[in-house]
Write a protein that binds this ligand. Structure first.
Ligand code: ATP
Ligand code: MG
Length: 452
């Protein structure tokens, strides 16, 4: 029964390119979307920082300046009410003027940087109260100037101090408000950070999963592609080797048939014609005709024998590779019209059987290629018997193998297959002088095995 393992048929899988392309597009889109999201969050943060926190800080500074001025005014008013003071009330007017100028400036600046979430009443309140305060101050100093210090003091006590206190309270409230909104902004900022952090984790996880899935898919398709490739290569190699063995057995069969069957028939015809010729009268046309036919039969016999040899040299089986080469190289020199320099070195060992056939065919193909493609009429053949290796080289200094990798024939493929069957290596290099050097190396132990 036929029980050899047959390589599985190679299934046609869909190309992974489309899926990989989609994966790539999704990953890129995710990165772009995420970058957009992050930059919008960052610009939101920047806006918050600039619009709120910074303005709040500047506003608070101005409010503190106002509060400071108001405090110094409160101290001045306390001094003015103090009866121990030797100066007249008008002595304080310069200090009040300075404070007024500073407060005006501070109020203007405060209004510019004040955060927008303040109501119009809140905005107006400070300005109005300040205006009323200064009106009262003016009135007080006018009274003092008119020589009415007691009334002026009463005015300070009843009106000015209360107004100053109300202003101070309003400013303090605004400071508190600023502080609160600053806290709120800090909370919003920390929320943004939290959200961004969550998104970073989410994005990283999603990207990692996408990369992992794509990677796994790539590995899987890669593995299946390699398995397919290995199976194909095995099948191809097996097919080539079967072809080689079929070719060899066919050639051997035809060669033997030609040699044995036709050779014998032609030999028999020749001897019968010779015998018949002897019976014919001397110098008769029949006799000379029979001799001519006999010569034709002889010529045909020689051609059949040489064809038989060319198809499959019997010598290979009978007396080994070395003798066959001694016969074959002069023949090919004559037939192909090239000069072959043959060198043999090392201590020879017998080369017979399949190994000899493969070596012979490699040499034959290499020389064929020289005559057909190299464009020169000189070649070097070297057979080296090394201690552990047999080396066969065929060198020419012709056109050389083209480097574009395009090959039409199957000669080189068959050479490689034969090298593989021998368990050896085949390499093609370029000699210094240009051209092609084909080198076949076969370990000696393989040759012993094949010879059996
Ligand atoms: N010695 C050489 N010098 C220059 N070119 C070569 C030589 N040997 C092979 N080539 C190139 O390599 C190609 C492949 O060679 P290969 O023996 O496989 O095919 P082929 O000789 O064209 O056909 P065939 O199948 O009959 O052998 C050739 O077509 C030729 O271009
Ligand atoms: Mg060829």
């Amino acid at each position: 029964m036929y029980s050899r393992r047959v390589p599985p048929p190679v299934a046609h899988h869909r190309s992974p390119t489309a899926a990989l392309f989609v994966g790539l597009v999704i990953t890129l889109a995710a990165v772009v979307a995420y970058s957009g999201y992050i930059s919008s969050q960052i610009s939101g943060l920047r806006r918050l920082q600039n619009d709120l926190v910074d303005r709040n800080r500047k506003d608070s500074l101005q409010l503190l300046r106002i509060q400071n001025d108001l405090n110094s005014l409160a101290l001045a008013m306390r001094d003015m009410l103090d009866n121990d003071e030797p100066y007249p009330l008008t002595a304080w007017s310069a200090q009040f003027e300075r404070a007024r100028a500073d407060l005006d400036d501070a109020l203007k600046k405060e209004e510019q940087v004040a955060v927008t979430d303040r109501t119009p009443e809140q905005r107006q309140y400070l300005g109005n109260s300040m205006g009323q305060f200064w009106d009262a101050v003016d009135r007080t100093f006018a009274l003092a100037q008119q020589g009415n210090p007691a009334e002026a003091r009463t005015q300070i006590q009843n009106s000015l101090q209360a107004r100053q206190a109300a202003l101070s309270t309003a400013v303090a409230r605004l400071l508190v408000q600023n502080n609160e909104s600053e806290q709120e902004a800090a909370q919003r900022i920390s929320k943004i950070y939290d959200r961004v952090q969550r998104q970073v984790y989410l994005f990283l996880t999603a990207t990692l999963v996408a990369i992992l899935l794509t990677g796994l898919y790539l590995i899987r398709t890669n593995r299946s592609l390699f398995t397919q490739l290995a199976a194909l290569s095995d099948q191809r190699s097996e097919l080539a080797q079967k072809l080689i063995s079929t070719q060899e057995s066919t050639l051997r069969h035809i060669s033997r048939e030609l040699h044995d069957e036709f050779g014998q028939i032609l030999t028999a015809i020749g001897s019968m014609l010779t015998r018949a010729g002897k019976h014919a009268p001397e110098a008769s046309s029949l006799r000379s005709g029979l001799r001519e036919v006999c010569e034709v039969a002889q010529g045909t016999l020689e051609r059949v024998r040489s064809l038989s040899q060319a198809l499959h040299p019997v010598m290979l089986d009978e007396s080994g590779l070395e003798n066959t080469l001694d016969w074959y190289l002069p023949v090919i020199e004559r037939q192909a019209g090239i000069r072959i320099w043959y060198e043999k070195s090392g201590t020879s060992f017998p080369l017979e059987g399949n190994a000899a056939i493969h070596l012979y065919r490699v040499l034959q193909e290499a020389l064929n290629n020289v005559t057909r493609h190299a464009g020169v009429n000189e070649a070097w053949v070297r057979l080296r018997f090394l201690p552990r290796l047999l080396e066969l080289e065929v060198e020419d200094h012709g056109a050389g193998l083209s480097s574009n990798g395009k090959q039409q024939g199957i000669g080189l493929v068959a050479m490689r297959e034969r090298a593989q069957l021998l368990g050896g290596t085949l390499e093609f290099t370029k000699p210094d002088q240009g051209g092609t050097l084909v080198r076949l190396n076969v370990p000696r132990e393989n040759l012993d095995g094949h010879a059996a």
